[in-house]
Design a protein around this ligand. Sequence first.
Ligand SMILES: [Zn+2]
Length: 219
Amino acid sequence: MVSKSCDRCERTIEFPDDRAGSKVECPYCGDMNMLPALSGVHEPAGVATGRTDRASAAGYPPDTGPEQRVMMVRPAWVRSQPFRSIGSMVLAAGGLVLGLIHLIDRTAVPGWAAIIAILAALGFGGVVAWWWIQSLSAALEVTTKRTVAKRGIFSRSTSEVLHDNIRNVRIEQSFWQRVWGVGSIGISSSGQDGIEIQMDRIPGPQRLQQVIDLYRPLE
Ligand SMILES: [Zn+2]
């Protein structure tokens, strides 16, 4: 058995020898812990130490020790569809202004035009509000040990991938998404359940990919 005290709750955790030198989840608090390598067993050079160096050398929290949040990103709706977003906002505001003008001067904006304007304001305003709520209800959080995707406002669903289990991080960007600096990110896992994290309209997806790469073993 290999044992150590948990980085977060400080209870003693024990795992079979074949887990030595790898990351394990604390059965008490769920924190990720790096088990020490077995003494007398040759550890592959640079597996643990080299990775610690990569993250902290790049100015991010170290790969070992208690789990820490590294970064959190939310989908960027305006940036990922600027013409539609700004167009909708302008139309909503324009409808509202025409409606207000009607209240002041009924000859400038007749009643039927005011009704159309207000309906347009409500419609486009509703679309903008919906995009805004959508972007607030999703987030991708990268910690030193895992990447967690959160969705939903009322019923929250989360899925997570341990960085040690990541098989591939891929980015997809259309031409315009590249121009606006957004894209979708997909993370596939080689863990037992093969979780896939997929999130669209992520601002700066390359930087996110680089940060995740700092915390995962690269062949
Ligand atoms: Zn613990």
